[in-house]
Design a protein around this ligand. Structure first.
Ligand code: GLY
Length: 356
């Protein structure tokens, strides 16, 4: 039977959860005074489970691949473009190519083989690329425009500024800014990104290293290129720094010299919502009637459709994926005493202003 559900937070995760619940017959209201202005606003929209994974993150890869498989249907339903021609990993010099080799070896250990490419072979995929030392193509990956996705979702789900307080179930999807008693579970990791417009953009996501500096270039329609991202633990508000812009531009320009002629459109900083183990919080919160869908760190766009399915499945059948079960990180009192639960701060500012 349909439930009344309030989703706190109109970022890509909250909106996708709301849309899925609505599709499954629930009455959903999203609460956010500034929809889609948090992490989703900065996100490059990489659908790159293999390019973005690192050692010890096997569950991130597993979840990312499962969610990647859901993206074509979601994009079609929303009427947004999905670029699905892979991620090109590139190393500017011999040291940078070692990073490519490590990434390829890492994903190969999990059954996802990618062939290492010579400098010439890499440039055959992207002729405007600088003369690099080599790379690899991760064929299954892609990207979406997270702003376009959020705009499409905002046309499908109702969003209000304040919580009407009449829900059977509340889903907290406020990214890097969780209300109490979960506030401590997510910290902000600042990411700065640039948006440029180029006459010679890449045709696919280019994920590279230049002089040891990681950088990515993600093409959009109309020649726009999203260049990201810095990564910095901090307690202060997420602001764009001169040093961050310099590092991004230097690394991106080394790999993609045509950026010299590009228009610089925008510089944005938001906090990625990071948990202690790098995995999101999706499922029971320890408070009756409240679920969490937050803490997606670098993977909010990629994991949005899987998160939506997990939340909806949990509501309908109680299942939880143990890897993302929030109770793994909750204090025992909250994780294990379902009778002593109180509602979260309903006045807490919802959106993950600041995540990713
Ligand atoms: N997934 C891209 C980033 O977090 O920078």
């Amino acid at each position: 039977m349909g439930m009344r559900v309030t989703v706190l937070g109109a970022g890509i995760v909250g909106l996708t959860v709301a849309d899925e619940l609505r599709r499954r017959g629930h009455a959903v209201t999203v609460v956010d005074p500034c929809p889609a202005q948090g992490a989703s606003y900065a996100a490059a929209g990489m659908l790159s489970p293999a390019a973005e994974v690192w050692h010890g993150e096997e569950d991130v890869l597993r979840l990312g691949l499962a969610s990647l498989a859901l993206w074509p249907d979601l994009a079609a339903r929303l009427g947004v473009d999905l670029r699905a021609n892979g991620t090109l990993l590139v190393g500017y010099d011999a040291g940078d190519v070692q990073q490519v080799e490590r990434q390829v070896a890492l994903v190969a250990r999990h059954g996802h083989a990618a062939e290492l490419l010579t400098s010439a072979a890499v440039r055959a995929f992207e002729p405007c690329l600088a003369r690099t030392a080599g790379g690899a193509l991760l064929v299954a990956e892609g990207s979406v425009d997270a702003r376009a996705v959020c705009a499409a979702l905002l046309r499908r789900v109702p969003v209000v500024a304040t919580d009407p307080g009449d829900a059977d179930i509340t889903v907290v999807a406020t990214g890097a800014r969780l209300p109490e008693p979960w506030r401590h579970l997510v910290r902000g990791v600042r990411g700065e990104v640039l948006r440029l417009r180029s006459d010679d953009p890449p045709s696919r996501t280019v994920r590279g290293w230049s002089g040891g500096e990681p950088v990515y270039l993600v093409p959009r329609a109309d020649g726009e290129v999203v260049v990201g991202a810095t990564s910095e633990e901090h307690a202060a508000p997420a602001v764009v720094t001169a040093g961050g812009v310099l590092r991004l531009l230097a690394a991106a320009r080394a790999l993609w010299p045509a950026l010299d002629r590009a228009d610089l459109l925008e510089a944005t900083a938001r906090d990625r919502p990071a948990t202690a183990d790098g995995l999101p919080l999706v499922g029971p919160s320890g408070v009756d009637g409240v679920l969490l869908a937050a803490g997606h760190y670098r993977h909010g766009v990629l994991l949005a459709p899987l998160t939506a399915a997990l939340v909806a499945d949990h509501l309908e059948s109680g299942v939880v994926d143990p890897a993302v079960d929030p109770r793994r990180l909750l204090a025992p009192a909250l994780a294990g005493s379902p009778d002593t639960h109180e509602a979260p701060d309903s006045h807490e500012a919802p959106e993950a202003r600041g995540s990713r």
